[in-house]
Write a protein that binds this ligand. Structure first.
Ligand SMILES: CC(C)(COP(=O)(O)OP(=O)(O)OC[C@H]1O[C@@H](n2cnc3c(N)ncnc32)[C@H](O)[C@@H]1OP(=O)(O)O)[C@@H](O)C(=O)NCCC(=O)NCCS
Length: 175
């Protein structure tokens, strides 16, 4: 079972199947999924994809957290994740997605803080990664704001930018 978290303005709780409708509605906004590959245009495949990810066991301490404002705890704003990377490279990825109405309030960066602390203080991960489309300026800014560094190792042809935070980075910025 994943822990709950709270921040100054937000509650984060483990995402459950009860969030399915809200997640599907969020993904149906083409601006939200503009920089993210997925079966968004096919309703059946989309629902099957999200449902499968909701029901999957991602490993101890890993998974998705739904985000809500403390002021409106029943309203789904989006999610934040900590998951094994999809590709061939081993590693743990941090990711974020919010419904468009929730953009621009600093929520993604705020929600990332307890997840990053969980990654390093509880799971004792050595590093976390965010793979971001180079055109996704908002997401790049979130990675920068939470203290991730651009990974020079990923070649430009990869089609994404990799941001990394190591446990040493995490502890040195909070010392
Ligand atoms: C990326 C996303 C989670 C950001 O959420 P958010 O709560 O608005 O993020 P924050 O407010 O914490 O920070 C966003 C930062 O990016 C900046 N930003 C947002 N859009 C921008 C743009 N188009 N160009 C430049 N900067 C931009 C904001 O000004 C802010 O920086 P600041 O605090 O220095 O002003 C949200 O836009 C989203 O859900 N996008 C769709 C899903 C997605 O692409 N997820 C990431 C996949 S890698």
């Amino acid at each position: 079972m994943l822990p709950d978290f709270s921040t100054e303005r937000l509650f984060l709780r483990p995402r459950t199947i009860a969030d399915l409708g809200a997640c599907l509605a969020m993904d149906r906004d083409p601006e939200v999924t503009r920089f993210v590959a997925g079966p968004w245009a096919d309703p059946k495949a989309h629902e099957a994809f999200v449902r499968a990810r909701m029901l999957r066991d991602w490993g101890a301490g890993l998974g998705y957290w739904s985000i809500a404002a403390r002021a409106a705890p029943d309203r789904f704003l989006g999610w934040i994740l900590l998951l094994p990377l999809d590709g061939e490279e081993p590693g743990i990825e941090i990711g974020w997605r919010l419904a468009r109405a929730a953009w621009g309030h600093g929520y993604a960066s705020e929600a990332a803080c307890p997840i990053v602390a969980h990654a390093f203080n509880t799971l004792l991960l050595s590093r976390i990664i965010a793979e971001i489309n180079p055109g996704n300026a908002g997401s790049i800014r979130v990675a920068e704001k939470i203290g991730m560094q651009r990974d020079a190792v990923v070649p430009a042809e990869a089609g994404y930018i990799s941001f990394v935070m190591t446990r040493d980075d995490f502890h040195s910025t909070r010392a």
